[in-house]
Design a protein around this ligand. Sequence first.
Ligand code: UDP
Length: 426
Amino acid sequence: MPIKSLAIICVHASPLARLGGDKAGGMNVYVRELAQEFGSRGIQVDIFTRYTHPDTPQIDMSLGNQVRVISLEAGPRAPMQPNDVIGHLQQFTRQLIDFVANQGMRYDLIHSHYWLSGVVAHQLRENWGTPFVQMFHTLGQMKNRITNSLPVTPSLPDIRVTYETKVVEWADALIAATRAEYTQLLWLYRADRRKIEIIPPGYNPDLFYPTDMESARRSIGATKTRHIFVFVGRLEPLKAIDSILEALSLIAQSRQDLLLSMELIVVGGNLDDHDPELNRLKALTTQLQVEEQVRFIGSQEHSRLRELYAAATAVLMPSDYESFGMVALEAMASGAPVIASEVGGLAYLVKDEETGFLVPSREPAELAAHMVDIMENPDLQRRMSKAAVQAAAQYSWGNIADQLEVVFQQAIMKTITNRRMSSEYP
Ligand code: UDP
């Protein structure tokens, strides 16, 4: 039975949000790209999200004919911390149910993202009898474990973990991005293993493909230095950009010759606003005396990233925690070796010594050593670049959507069978 319609619930992360600030990142991209992929297959996709701006139209169709982004009230029309949205979920759910009733819509399946949307999806399931498939993107218990071991960020309140545990139980199926997340769902949340499928996020092959490094460097105006390292992401402490700056400082102390021929481009953050994380990083750059080597260019359009990745000797991702790490995948597809910490999805994506290097997190000396390796060995860089493109190919959104459709079909069939059984044997 082909799927005709999908309701995607993404309460606090709009697929239309500007990427690379401190909040909008991988989950926003995931929802946008997947919705477009399903839309292109003739499936009607409605994405429900909260208003975060007074002027947003209620229905936006800029993602294609089959895809609607529908905004609903949930508290003030302004960005909000995820934990503050919980008090407005009832309001959101009520409006969603009314909107769908007024439009006479019905959906074959609900696909919900992050724990907040899982709470909404459960209520919709109660109302409509429609199955829901949940993807968490990050898990509170994992974030707590990491942040508790670091002085940089406060740990998250338990309300998140309490709800996550319930959503794990309520959902018809759970999507884990990696085998690590599968294990975390089993052991930390006591999930039913039969409900979990491992399906990673993907990348868009029309946006990310290999480009000649020299022409990429010319087009981003980076011709002065021989080696460019690139970081792309939301500027938040768990991305551990500090480690990159510390690695640069170590290179400055031991390899002055190399330092003069290299540059780090940091993509992400808001250059206009007073972005506290950006200001902290700039101050650290000055303190470590590497400001000459670092260029903060703020967040960039997704479509502009390919050239930045392709211009890079390597893309750096030394995060403390990364449930997947879509930047690493996009970089690989664009032909950049990736030097990443061996955490979460990065440990699966990056093949150590083949498509880049895996390093322990918060070990700037190891990061520096591999940055030097790759700068001094152009053949290694080229070999890794080729291997990275090949390794990324399996993750196109088309492949990922195929795998998800199978899970969706199974969840729909299971619901139909259960309904039949309970009407025949009440
Ligand atoms: N991104 C972007 N512009 C930016 C910064 C990030 O388009 O200035 C995109 C990036 O290309 C990737 C996503 O935001 O698709 C970040 O996803 P990732 O999984 O790496 O990190 P997360 O945000 O989930 O921690």
